[in-house]
Design a binder for this molecule. Structure first.
Ligand code: KG4
Ligand code: ZN
Length: 343
């Protein structure tokens, strides 16, 4: 089955053509970084306008790159939430129209569920059961995945998402947007031990995170050290090291608690070189296997949405034209239900 995946939850307009769930025929991602860069963060109104301008062209490019025509599409999968409502609505309405015109089934897909399953699009997908750390700009959580589309959340951030902390600290250091890749790059020239920042491990028997303390500590350091600009690389490296250590430790603790030997690392922050290295090293030390998808599957993309959509359509879980998007991961949000998507 050929599925057209569509993702517009934030600032990337992405369309992919995927065969039978896992064969990516094309995956096109149009980034809006240039639009939002001058503002130091995503401006929702500009994001939705840009999606409207871009989505038609991105879809044509994806279908063309797949070597197909529109009439070859047999199903449509689109991100339903969580995300920016204006942005989500562009992709969601577009998907409804395409499915209606082509007279094919379509399904709304949870964005986080897409990230969690992105591991299956990599060359060495994880075996079940596995424990996955999803770290992105909007969400950070640990999930225990027992079967495809079957997972439970073990812990999540109590305040900022990991990527959000990277972006906010980068803004404090005037490194521009998006901040994650900038801090990753700059940390190469810094000493992670020179300025130690706090690590919030919270209760060890739980797998929740908190990043606001580290963020505040960086802010305090900047305010109390007028010559901080000389130390930018050390601040970046120290901050990154703290976040990486917390994420890695919690992931290993969660897998150990579940007596699980397989790990995965997904989401935009999974592109962080130090985090990839640390998770790989700790997994090896604990005799666990780890799947970290390639960079283009870590950040927002539509192939992961097509993957989940294909499997939902195979189960006969098509959406209805009256369905709407959702902005937040709150009840009855699928990810917080024990057995996965049931809406
Ligand atoms: O998954 P994603 O593309 O979008 C969301 O669903 O949020 O994640 C984007 C986030 C941004 O906060 C960005 O700064 C962060 O991922 N990010 C990184 C790196 N690359 C992207 N954070 C740390 N190091 C990176 N190399
Ligand atoms: Zn995402």
């Amino acid at each position: 089955m050929i599925v057209l995946g569509i993702e517009t939850s934030c600032d990337e307009t992405a369309v992919a053509v995927v065969k039978d769930g896992s064969t990516i025929l094309s995956s096109v991602v149009a980034s809006q970084v240039a639009v939002h860069h001058p503002f130091g963060g995503v401006v929702p109104e500009l994001a939705s306008r840009k999606h409207i301008e871009t989505i038609g062209g991105v879809m044509n490019e994806a279908v063309h790159k797949a070597g197909l025509g529109l009439t070859d599409i047999e199903g449509v999968a689109v991100t339903r939430g969580p995300g920016l409502v204006g942005s989500l609505l562009v992709g969601f309405s577009f998907a409804k129209s395409i499915a209606y015109v082509l007279n094919v089934p379509w399904v709304g897909v949870d964005h986080l569920e897409g990230h969690i399953h992105s591991a299956f699009l990599s060359e060495n997908p994880p075996s079940f059961p596995f424990v996955v750390l999803l770290a992105s700009g909007g969400h950070t959580g640990i999930y225990h995945v027992t079967a495809r589309l079957q997972y439970e959340i073990m812990g999540r951030t109590r305040d900022d998402a990991a990527g959000e902390a990277f972006d906010k600290v980068a803004k404090m250091l005037k490194l521009g947007y998006p901040g994650g890749p900038a801090i990753d790059q700059l940390s190469e020239n810094g000493d992670p031990k020179r300025i130690p920042f706090p690590k919030a491990f919270m209760d060890e028997s739980r797998f929740d995170f908190s990043f606001s303390g580290i963020k505040t500590a960086v802010n305090r350091y900047i305010r109390t050290h007028p010559g901080y600009a000389e130390e930018t690389a050390n601040i970046a490296a120290g901050f990154q090291e703290s976040v990486v250590e917390v994420l890695t430790t919690k992931l290993i603790q969660a897998a150990t608690a579940k007596e699980c030997r397989h790990l995965a690392l997904v989401g935009g922050v999974a592109g962080n070189r130090r985090l990839r290295e640390a998770v790989e090293a700790e997994a090896k030390k604990n005799k666990m296997t780890v799947c970290i998808p390639p960079l283009d599957l870590c950040g927002d993309n539509a192939a992961m949405i097509a993957y989940v959509g294909y499997h939902r359509l195979q189960r006969g879980e098509a959406s209805r034209l009256t369905d709407d998007v959702y902005s937040r991961s709150s009840s009855p949000h699928p990810v917080f239900q024990k057995t996965g998507f049931q809406v």
